[in-house]
Design a protein around this ligand. Structure first.
Ligand SMILES: Cc1cc2nc3c(=O)[nH]c(=O)nc-3n(C[C@H](O)[C@H](O)[C@H](O)COP(=O)(O)O)c2cc1C
Length: 186
């Protein structure tokens, strides 16, 4: 696939089927991530690759998170939380590792760099015919989940990349006109 075609056409796919990406495909994703722009070459991110029983463990953390928010939650809703990670055969949690107190590389730059890494992985997935979707929601910002995933004091979860084979048709794409977003100083 031509590079510009990829940049202009990439889509997210929420409906994902097995099998999970192969080791070779994943290697291409990580190599793309590691080319993200990165002020002072800090590589301020890491990944947790979750599949198989790991998805059950993640689902248990999601259920714990819901229970802590509402101890009266019923078993049906807890079960729904447990099943959420099973929407894909693999999830990669993208974690920003934010070093505070660097005047030239403030935390926002480090988080942007982690976001660029995640975005690069979406492109690498699409280029290889994989389906992928970046999801967050309450489980991405919840300290119970963060602790369960082993995040350190300086770490933040910036998203879950749901990955697998495209399980449906890509929806129509909104065509945006660049002129609506660009101011030109000449
Ligand atoms: C940081 C971030 C978090 C997101 N979280 C969610 C989410 O929790 N649920 C969701 O349906 N879409 C979420 N999205 C949006 C989708 O990943 C996707 O970009 C959107 O559906 C548009 O599809 P497209 O990428 O094909 O244009 C998120 C996107 C970003 C950048």
């Amino acid at each position: 696939m031509d590079a510009l075609e990829l940049l202009h056409q990439r889509r997210s796919m929420g409906k994902l089927a097995g099998p999970a990406p192969t080791a070779e495909q994943l290697d291409a994703l990580y190599r793309a991530a590691l080319r993200a722009p990165d002020h002072k070459e800090m590589t301020p991110y890491r990944f947790i690759e979750i599949s198989g029983e790991g998805l059950d463990r993640l689902g248990e953390l999601f259920a714990q998170s819901d229970y802590q928010a509402n101890p009266h939650i019923d078993e049906g809703n807890l079960d729904a939380a447990r099943k959420k990670p099973k929407r894909a055969p693999m999830i990669i949690a993208v974690i920003a590792n934010v070093t505070p107190g660097l005047p030239k590389v403030p935390p926002v730059e480090q988080i942007i760099s982690a976001g660029c890494a995640a975005h690069a992985m979406l492109y690498a997935a699409y280029a290889q015919g994989l389906g992928a979707m970046w999801r967050t929601g309450t489980y991405a910002h919840d300290k119970t989940v963060w602790r369960g995933l082993g995040l350190g004091d300086q770490e933040e979860l910036i998203g879950y990349l749901y990955l697998g084979q495209p399980g449906g048709r890509y929806p129509g794409m909104q065509i945006r006109n660049p002129d609506d977003y660009v101011e030109r100083w000449t």
